[in-house]
Write a protein that binds this ligand. Structure first.
Ligand code: NAD
Length: 296
């Protein structure tokens, strides 16, 4: 029978991900700072422990799915952190979206205890987490990739090896920076067309058969009434929150500074999403930038 897998961080994403591990026959040992978040998993037979250190004392494969860099630092290196009780040879996989520099620090700290750390952030939202169709972008020692893939493929349709530790995060934040730029571009373009008298559905149709086409125009159009089954059709509820997008754009900015890379549009996109957070859009889907621009 399969051996236990630890899971720390049972939020929007972690909860359905851990459920898929259970579905594939892995006994799960979980922990979260909010005991409330553990209820569902406990009902499915998972063992719930108080701290990440307790989980590390029992399971030698652990997945973490936490909000941001400070939480990851705390869960790995804090007083009740994984590294306090981790077993030698353990495989530690962090699927949170964080600063690649922090992933590298965690890998160094883990190595000192004889454990292996890999970064494996995901693309795809709660829907993909629930259906086990996430894409994992994995950074770390290549010889550990097969072991990581065994677990990650229970939760994802694509598991892609990116290179040394931190490169999974790099791939993730590059994608999201381009996504943000494309979404803002689509929103302002659609708005201009509408003001010029074009029907939004017709404009979207023309863009999508022309060179301006992108994911934000053809799969996730930000204009209400253009598409069904997307957040713009539902008052921008659900989907990918503006706060999370602002966070990811901040990570891209840090990384651009660290590498002295010019990212002028990424920088502007960051400012726009931060302004939205301060003006009541924080919990709306990031395609609400269309509404934000309309109101300016
Ligand atoms: P979330 O806030 O819903 O869940 C995070 C969980 O971590 C919470 O249950 C929280 O209680 C727990 N936590 C925080 N600090 C902890 C600690 N010290 N010890 C134990 N548990 C702790 O966030 P989410 O939406 O599940 O996202 C997780 C990560 O995945 C983020 O980095 C996010 O950017 C990324 N991501 C999210 C989506 C999405 O659509 N939600 C998509 C792709 C990637």
């Amino acid at each position: 029978s399969k051996t236990q897998v630890g899971f720390i961080g049972l939020g929007h994403m972690g909860n359905p991900m851990a459920k898929n591990l259970i579905k594939h026959g892995y006994p799960v040992i979980a922990s979260d700072v909010f005991p409330e978040s553990c209820k569902e998993l406990q009902e499915l037979g998972a063992q719930i422990l108080d701290t990440p250190a307790d989980v590390a004392g029992k399971a030698d494969r652990i997945i973490t799915m936490l909000p941001s860099s400070p939480n990851v630092i705390d869960v790995y290196t804090g007083p009740n952190g994984i590294l306090k009780k981790v077993k030698k040879g353990s495989l530690l996989i962090d699927s949170s979206t964080i600063d690649p520099a922090v992933s590298k620090e965690m890998a160094v700290a883990a190595e000192k205890t004889g454990a292996v750390f890999m970064d494996a952030p995901v693309s795809g939202g709660v829907g993909a987490a629930t259906s086990g169709k996430l894409t994992f972008m994995v950074g770390g020692a290549e010889e550990e990739f097969t072991a990581a893939k065994e677990l990650l493929s229970c939760m994802g349709a694509n598991v892609v090896y990116c290179g040394q530790v931190g490169t999974g995060q790099a791939a993730k934040i590059c994608n999201n920076m381009l996504l943000a730029i494309g979404m803002i571009g689509t929103a302002e373009t659609m708005n201009l067309g509408i003001r010029l008298g074009l029907d939004p559905k017709l404009l979207a149709k023309i863009l999508n058969m022309s060179s301006g086409r992108c994911w934000s125009s053809d799969t996730y159009n930000p204009v209400p009434g253009v598409m069904e089954g997307v957040p713009s059709a539902n008052n921008y509820q659900g989907g990918f929150g503006t706060t999370l997008m602002a966070k990811d754009l901040g990570l891209a900015q840090n990384s651009a500074s660290n590498t002295k890379t010019a990212v002028p549009l990424g920088s502007l996109a960051h400012q726009i999403y931060r302004m939205m957070c301060a003006r009541g859009y924080a919990s709306k889907d990031f395609s609400s930038v269309f509404q934000f621009l309309r109101e300016e």
